[in-house]
Design a protein around this ligand. Structure first.
Ligand SMILES: [Zn+2]
Length: 456
């Protein structure tokens, strides 16, 4: 006999777009491809999950491949993300070249293909291979001075696919945080927008300097921050701060009447989803400034973004390329990769360019950090966490490291010289060993913290 334990009045989960109770599938509330921190819930039906995915999310993600690669995000099976960029090599411009890292360019497993300015195909490969393909018509180029360019298109961040993806994430996140498990009439406007049934714009961009000063203190490159609030214009909004580059404000619904009052200080609970998979929360207060008469934040709709405003955002986006996040977990991953390469180098299986990944930023930066840590090991305080030690040991004022091209060149030269003198392996190993000590220590610190929490 089957007994139905369902209580009278208990709600059944429904699709938050159409109230369907069948074929509910797990939805990635934050698009999986732009975060390390997964957030899912089975409150979207199969049809609507496929709709958002096929109509804009796939395209939105593909447009960001270059940045996803730079942030260290990977494919679902852990491979580096491929992207297209333009190259200048020895005076020749090659467009739309598919790359995943510098090694894929300098020591390609396959032919590297791109186009010239007229759209003609250009192939690059080792000479012996290319001569077979081109029957002697290939010319050699000097690979010592390759520049990889990437143009940051505003469309990738504020075009149709991007802002619709933001609206979808905002609505699903809002439902998730507030335990909403069905479609209600008050959400008709945003649902119509997400499903492409209206042109009415509900996404705008925060251009408030005070906001960015605040978020820059709390967030880090690659982190997605979310919060909800009621504004004095009578609407309820969700703000998505995307990778610490651009903040999108999405109108969710009308503010319930009892909440509508003008307060000078707005308490906000900020949810941060980090690239290394961790999730944290912060509470902060936003002040209503005299100059902001209409709303708490100054915003602008995407069509009205001028070249000047876009320039400011380009600067923020550019930080993704010159920054390496210094979480101990990210560094551990890099150190493991480097360690495996160093074994091959010691066995004579790879040379110094391959060891350094043809001067790949992350590899060079990792070795740089390791050597700094080892050099300053006396200053390292093992009773404190890795990130607490960083300002002292690496002389940094934040959890990110950025080096100029000039610094990098000098450091690479030092490594090449050490290779000639047979000192390179030991130099790197000293750093790796000390880092592993720090890593073990960090695990013990965490245990200690847990223990303390249990005591009180
Ligand atoms: Zn549905």
């Amino acid at each position: 006999m089957l007994i139905d334990f369902k209580m009278e009045g208990e709600s059944v989960m429904k699709c938050i777009y159409c109230n369907s109770e069948v074929e509910l599938t797990s939805s990635d509330i934050i698009t999986y491809a732009i975060t390390g921190a997964k957030l899912t819930k089975s409150f979207v039906c199969k049809i609507h999950n496929a709709f958002t995915n096929d109509n804009y999310e796939k395209k939105f993600v593909a447009d960001l491949d270059f940045f996803r690669n730079q942030l260290g995000l990977t494919t679902r099976d852990g491979k580096p993300i491929q992207y297209k960029a333009d190259l200048s090599i020895d005076g020749t411009e090659i467009h739309n070249v598919k790359l995943s890292n510098r090694e894929s360019l300098y020591a390609p497993k396959d032919v590297v293909a791109g186009t010239d300015i007229d759209g003609n195909k250009i192939l690059m490969a080792p000479m012996e291979r290319l001569e077979k393909i081109s029957k002697g018509k290939a010319a050699s180029v000097n690979m010592s001075d390759v520049v990889v360019h990437k143009t940051v298109g505003s469309n990738d961040f504020i075009g149709y696919h991007a802002i619709h993806s933001m609206a979808k994430m905002a609505y699903e996140w809002y439902c998730y945080i507030n335990n909403i498990e069905e479609y209600k009439e008050e959400y008709q406007e945003i649902v119509d927008y997400i499903l492409g049934n209206t042109e009415q714009e509900i996404v705008d961009i925060i251009i408030d300097g005070n906001y960015y000063v605040m978020i820059d203190r709390l967030s880090e490159i690659g982190t997605n921050s979310f919060f909800q609030y009621d504004d004095i214009d009578g609407y309820r909004y969700v703000v998505i701060d995307f990778w610490k580059t651009i903040a999108y404000r999405i109108r969710i619904c009308k503010t319930p009447n009892d909440c509508l009052k003008k307060v000078q200080l707005l308490p906000i609970k900020l949810y941060l989803y980090h690239i290394d998979g961790s999730k944290t929360q912060e509470v902060l207060g936003m002040f209503l400034l005299e100059e902001n008469e209409q709303t708490y934040f100054k915003t602008i709709c995407t069509q009205n973004i001028t070249a000047g405003i876009w320039g400011i955002f380009t600067n923020r986006i550019g930080k993704i390329m010159t920054t390496m996040l210094l979480s101990i977990h990210i560094l551990k991953k890099e150190v493991n990769t480097l360690s495996a390469k160093l074994d091959k180098y010691d066995d004579g299986k790879i040379n110094v360019p391959l060891l350094l990944g043809f001067e790949e930023n992350n590899i060079v930066t990792t070795i740089d950090i390791l050597s700094q840590l080892y050099l300053n090991k006396d200053k390292y305080d093992m009773t404190k966490t890795f990130n607490q030690n960083l300002p002292i040991v690496l002389n940094l004022d934040s959890d990110t490291i950025g080096r100029t091209q000039e610094d990098k060149k000098k450091f690479v030269q030092l490594l090449v010289d050490k290779d000639k003198n047979n000192e390179l392996s030991e130099y790197i190993r000293e750093g790796i060993n000390f880092f592993n000590e720090i890593y073990e220590n960090e695990k013990n610190l965490l245990k200690y913290n847990l223990y303390r929490h249990e005591m009180y």
